[in-house]
Design a protein around this ligand. Structure first.
Ligand SMILES: Cc1cc2nc3c(=O)[nH]c(=O)nc-3n(C[C@H](O)[C@H](O)[C@H](O)COP(=O)(O)O)c2cc1C
Length: 165
């Protein structure tokens, strides 16, 4: 499958098989994040891999996050906010790295879903995240136990223009 096919066929996967993901595969996914571009190559990110079933359970209490407990692991994306430069770009950089992980996972036959349904302060406390870091989102990963239809997308002419908005 080409990279383009992988991007086009990706879906948010919220049902997972109860199958462990080998450590070397997990690390490949993290490596895909590590190789993401970042403004001035600052790499202002930190990733917390959540494998502990009790922690995964705690991430599953929101209205839109119930599936996290069934995932093999989740990656929590933290963005550094300690300098003016990092405050401007770290969320962008960290999001790019997380999406690299999602696409890499899909290439390896692993499904994922972004999760924005969490209380940042609660999660910071739970995972001992220092004050100067912000949590932007997490992504749950696991072998897919579903293949949802593609969600609708806006038409290209609605979202892209040539030489003007
Ligand atoms: C920043 C962000 C936050 C999201 N948060 C959630 C969430 O909390 N729960 C959930 O089930 N899906 C969440 N999603 C997944 C979106 O619902 C999904 O990407 C969208 O409906 C398009 O579907 P697709 O990913 O299958 O193409 C989130 C996606 C993004 C990018």
């Amino acid at each position: 499958m080409s990279s383009l096919d992988r991007i086009m066929s990706r879906r948010s996967i919220r049902r997972y098989k109860a199958e462990k993901i080998p450590q070397e595969i997990l690390e490949k996914i993290l490596e895909a994040g590590r190789h993401a571009p970042s403004a001035s190559n600052e790499q202002p990110w930190h990733f917390i891999v959540v494998t502990d079933p009790k922690l995964k359970e705690k991430f599953s209490t929101g209205r839109w996050s119930g599936f996290v407990k069934d995932s093999a692991f989740a990656v929590v994306g933290c963005a550094y906010e300690g300098t003016a430069h990092s405050r401007k770009w770290s969320v962008v950089d960290t999001a790019i790295a997380l999406q690299n992980m999602a696409i890499a996972a899909w290439s390896l036959g692993i499904g994922s879903c972004w999760v924005g349904d969490f209380e940042e302060l609660v999660v910071k406390e739970m995972l001992k995240v220092p004050k100067v870091w912000r949590i932007i989102a997490l992504i749950s990963f696991g072998y897919p136990d579903e293949m949802p239809d593609a969600r609708p997308r806006k038409a290209l002419k609605e979202i892209a223009g040539y030489n003007q908005f």
